[in-house]
Design a protein around this ligand. Structure first.
Ligand code: URA
Length: 210
């Protein structure tokens, strides 16, 4: 599914790996490996519009015009499930900075509350990739984009594995400028905020804490 700033991958490798990821028999070691691999594939698709500058180089045969990335990229994993996405993405862009954001859901208000963020006063990057496997209610994603925009970054993309229609609608409502890149858009959220069919708890399945 494409359009309206939502990009669900149609790549066969992504579909194959996502199926293994969803399978309840997949153990944490394999689950973490799949998260790394799918995150890299999605990031490849999500970064098609990164700006390039010219870089003249010499090959062993002759001088030629090359190009280099000119944007400063920040990876923003949301603790804790987003951590597992970092390695795969970082391999593609090893000079990216990684800025962690920690949010939990207040049990009374059900609103996301920030508990960890060490962003310096001035922004150090020009584009941020938010990494969070599950775009469920969208509350966490909205607050994370709020934080990054307040920091001074205007080019922000959300990279996740599975999105619920409710989460997409919420993020679009608050931040229509933020493209959402995922491996799949699922059916709905259940009564406790899990994506159906989904893959269960992305944090527990990575860390073996189910
Ligand atoms: N977080 C998860 O880990 N899984 C869901 O289905 C929704 C939120």
């Amino acid at each position: 599914m494409q359009g309206k700033n939502i990009f669900a991958s149609s790549h066969p490798l992504v579909a194959h790996k996502l199926t293994k990821l969803r399978d309840q028999n997949t153990k944490p070691k394999k689950f973490r490996e799949l998260i790394r691999e799918i995150s890299a594939l999605l990031t490849y698709e999500a970064t098609q519009d990164l700006a390039l500058g010219p870089l003249p180089i010499e090959t062993p045969l002759k001088a030629t015009d090359g190009s280099m990335l000119i944007e400063k990229i920040g990876l923003v994993p949301i603790l804790r499930a987003g951590l597992g996405m970092v390695e795969g993405v970082w391999e593609l862009m090893p000079s990216a900075e990684v800025w962690h954001i920690g949010l939990y859901r207040d049990e009374r208000t059900l609103q996301p509350v920030e508990y960890y963020s060490k962003l310096p006063v001035e922004p150090t990057v020009s584009v941020c990739l938010i990494l969070d496997p599950m775009l469920a209610t969208g509350g966490t994603a909205v607050v994370t984009v709020d934080i990054l925009k307040r920091w001074g970054v205007s080019k922000i993309k959300f990279v996740g594995l599975i999105a619920a229609p409710e989460g997409i609608a919420k993020l679009h409502e608050h931040h229509p400028d933020v493209p959402i890149h995922v491996a799949a858009i699922d059916d709905h959220l259940n009564e406790v905020g899990y994506i159906v069919p989904g893959l269960g708890d992305a944090g527990d399945r990575q860390y073996g804490t189910a």
